[in-house]
Design a protein around this ligand. Structure first.
Ligand SMILES: [Fe+2]
Ligand SMILES: [Fe+2]
Length: 250
């Protein structure tokens, strides 16, 4: 059977994205043709709707952030006209749902969804709510990685993967922790594996939440048949990554 390939890109936290890292990912997307693209959540920061403290210098820019996020999706679609594409809901996207749910006067209004805000239909990009398991195969899922989609977040590289694997007992990949890591579990029914998918945000713009976190820049891709998904993690180190022996740098 012919193999299919896919790429998993997430946690860009636009407009707090790491511009050089994003540029690198876009170069990869110009160069390698993928069958499947998973935008695995926290693509937009959605700062204005955060229930956490607010920096007055950063609020009131939601419209620009939405336009920038749409431009990013359009950019991907232009480079990958044929790929199937999904946008998975992260906890930052969930802020919009929660804001609407908390305001009965908004209930029933049209357009208060990310599908509408980001024109996802126009880019043939399917929105996947957090509670939905997005199956790549029957035995492998892509998820954002927060508790709202049933995953486990832990502090160290590989620990979230281990916790999620032991909880869900299915193979997969998720972002949210902003770290790379993986964990394997051999069971009587086969080998299970879970990958953590790093992030693509700018750590310098996150100092109001966290300073010098153990986070890594990067993304993942895979080759698969209907049975098995073979994942390759691509750390971006000093704005370089290597895929299939080719160096990408920005
Ligand atoms: Fe995130
Ligand atoms: Fe997240």
């Amino acid at each position: 059977m012919k193999l299919k390939n896919g790429i998993v890109v997430g946690d860009t936290h636009i407009p707090k994205e790491d511009k050089r890292a994003i540029k690198l990912v876009l170069e990869v997307l110009s160069d390698i043709e993928y069958d499947e693209i998973h935008l695995c959540g926290d693509i937009i920061e959605c700062y204005d709707l955060s229930r956490f403290r607010k920096n007055p210098a950063l609020i009131g820019k939601m419209k620009e952030a939405i336009e920038q996020t749409e431009a990013f999706i359009k950019d991907i679609r232009t480079r990958q006209p044929k790929a199937k594409m999904w946008y998975l809901e992260g906890n930052h996207e969930r802020r919009l749902n929660k804001a609407v749910w908390n305001r009965p006067e908004f209930w029933g209004l049209r357009g208060l969804t990310w599908q509408a805000q980001l024109n996802l239909d126009k880019y043939k990009c399917e929105y996947v709510p957090a509670h939905v398991m997005q199956h790549v195969t029957g035995k492998f899922i892509v998820s954002h990685g927060s508790s709202e989609d049933g995953c486990v977040l832990r502090k160290h590289s590989g620990y979230s993967a281990k916790g999620t694997l032991e909880k869900l007992l299915i193979s997969g990949i998720a972002g949210h922790g902003h770290r790379f890591g993986c964990s394997y579990l051999t069971t009587p029914y086969g080998v299970l594996y879970w990958y953590e998918n790093a992030w693509l945000g700018d750590v310098e713009q996150m100092t109001e939440y966290v300073v010098r976190p153990n986070w890594q820049l990067g993304f993942s891709d895979y080759w698969r048949d209907t049975e098995q998904v073979f994942v390759q993690q691509h750390p971006i180190i000093n704005y370089r990554c290597v895929i299939n022996g080719k160096v990408y740098k920005t």
